[in-house]
Design a protein around this ligand. Structure first.
Ligand SMILES: [Zn+2]
Length: 466
């Protein structure tokens, strides 16, 4: 076995955005890069329940690019099925994962409880994909590693993390495989941040690598410019406030809440929006905000120096809503206000209660703040559907709905290509992953055209030699 060539298997985020999981195997070792949940359409979510294609206990180590659930959220399930190895990641990813995996377990448990109560599961009783105990077991395995420092992952496999500028702690991952047989380097972009992220430093350039796996979430798109989106945000808020309505911003708990607060801060400072009360209604988002605040205060290398100098999250009237009572009290607000609440794609969380209350009234506005996965309520709202279903019944959509893409923390096609152009050498193969089939295909064509690299959109579960 020891002479067999190292291989790579695409276990997820292949012709789809979520479920990031890639297996690197040598004769001696198995390393899983990312361990994400499939999210969105039911058919995708069902894949989380499929038997893992190899025995989880046979995996030596996991390495996580970042804490987003589509990259980390399967970890407790892997542990539940017997994985016991270390989970390497950056220190901030470890800190964020503690918050996100705990929350994810609660959502899984809640979903199972709800299914049992409503009797809609085919299984009786419905079980959660994993429990809080599984999440805590997974958290115990987190093994933080600094950026730009080589560390051993498994016999014959070394890795290092590179700053990816997508969210706090996010990394691209380079794996050096099987050095004694000449060695191959595989590079996993993870999610790549935008060069103009308002808070975080831009991503480090890609290294020289034999094989690259590059995300293509926005592989077929170009973001509106930040200025256009800021202008739209200012207009929506101003006109909604003028007519006495409420502004609801569903926002991902990690990074998006920070980016939105920063934008509101800048608009308020420059007098482009009135000073309105702002409520951040998500305990998880507030925990994450605490980590961002600490990073700003500590002179974190990933935070833009000019941002650390001001407090971008402090607008004149921000209220933190932690308790359920705090959240419920927002229902009786009678003056124009801004509510920021999770989840960002309206798949669950407190934002649903606000949507149910605010969507039927044309005075109000809902501002979606980033990528909306197919099959989510956020996607349906962005697509202009006139009703959305929540809590078992239909709610009419009469509020204004806007989607602002520059709040995305993913690079778009031109930004991804400009970033790839910084690679010092040409890979033998460039695989486009983490995108819809259309987005990945578009980016494959762009990479082929601009760089002349051999670019491939792999098939789910496909295995290739490294
Ligand atoms: Zn991400």
């Amino acid at each position: 076995m020891t002479t067999s060539r190292p291989s790579l298997r695409f276990l997820g985020a292949t012709r789809t955005v979520t479920g990031s999981r890639f297996l690197v195997e040598t004769g001696d070792s198995r390393v899983l890069v990312d361990c994400g949940l499939f999210q969105g359409l039911r058919e995708l979510r069902r894949r989380n329940w499929a038997e893992f294609p190899i025995p989880p206990e046979s995996i030596d180590a996991v390495v996580l690019s970042h804490a987003h659930i589509d990259h980390s959220g399967y970890l407790p399930a892997l542990v539940r099925q017997g994985f016991r190895g270390p989970v390497y990641c950056s220190p901030d990813t470890a800190a964020l994962s503690k918050i996100l995996l705990t929350d994810s377990a609660h959502l899984q448990e809640e979903e199972a409880r709800y299914a049992n109560k409503k009797g809609y599961s085919k299984h009786s009783p419905a079980l959660p994909l994993y429990t809080d105990a599984d999440a805590q077991d997974a958290i115990e395995l987190l093994a933080p590693q600094p950026f730009d420092t080589t560390f051993p992952l498994a016999p014959g496999i070394e890795g290092h993390l590179r700053w990816a500028g997508h969210i706090l702690g996010s990394a691209s991952i380079a794996l050096d495989v099987d050095g004694r047989n000449g060695g191959r380097r595989a590079f996993f972009s993870g999610d790549v941040g935008r060069p103009e992220h308002p808070i975080l430093e831009p991503p480090s350039p890609p290294p020289d690598a034999d094989v690259m796996l590059i995300e293509s979430t926005y592989g077929d798109r170009r973001h509106a410019t930040d200025d256009d989106d800021l202008e739209e945000l200012a207009q929506v808020i101003s006109t909604t406030a003028k007519r006495g309505g409420m502004v609801l911003i569903p926002a991902f708990a990690v990074d998006r809440t920070e980016v939105v607060l920063d934008a509101l801060h800048r608009l308020e400072e420059s007098g482009r929006i009135p000073e309105l009360p702002i409520y951040v209604d998500s305990p998880m988002a507030l925990d994450v905000l605490g980590l961002y605040r600490r990073a700003l205060g500590n002179g974190h290398a990933g935070v833009r120096a000019e941002v650390a100098a001001r407090d971008p999250f402090d607008t004149s009237r921000v209220t933190e809503c932690r308790s359920v009572q705090d959240s419920m009290s927002l229902a009786s607000l009678s003056y124009p206000s801004i509510i920021i609440s999770a989840s960002g794609m309206a798949t669950g969380g407190r934002v649903l209660h606000h949507l149910r209350r605010l969507l039927p009234d044309p005075l109000n506005a809902v501002i979606l703040s980033g990528f909306q996965v197919d099959g989510t309520r956020g996607r349906r709202l962005a697509d202009g559907e006139r009703t959305v279903k929540m809590f078992g019944s239909y709610v009419p959509v009469r509020a204004e709905v806007h989607q602002l893409e520059s709040f995305s923390v993913h690079a778009d096609l031109p930004e991804l290509c400009d970033w790839l152009a910084l690679a010092p050498g040409e890979p033998d193969l460039c695989y486009l992953i983490h995108g819809s089939e259309r987005a990945s295909n578009a980016m494959r064509d762009a990479v082929d055209e601009r760089f002349g690299w051999t670019a491939v959109v792999p098939r789910p579960m496909e295995r290739v030699l490294l």
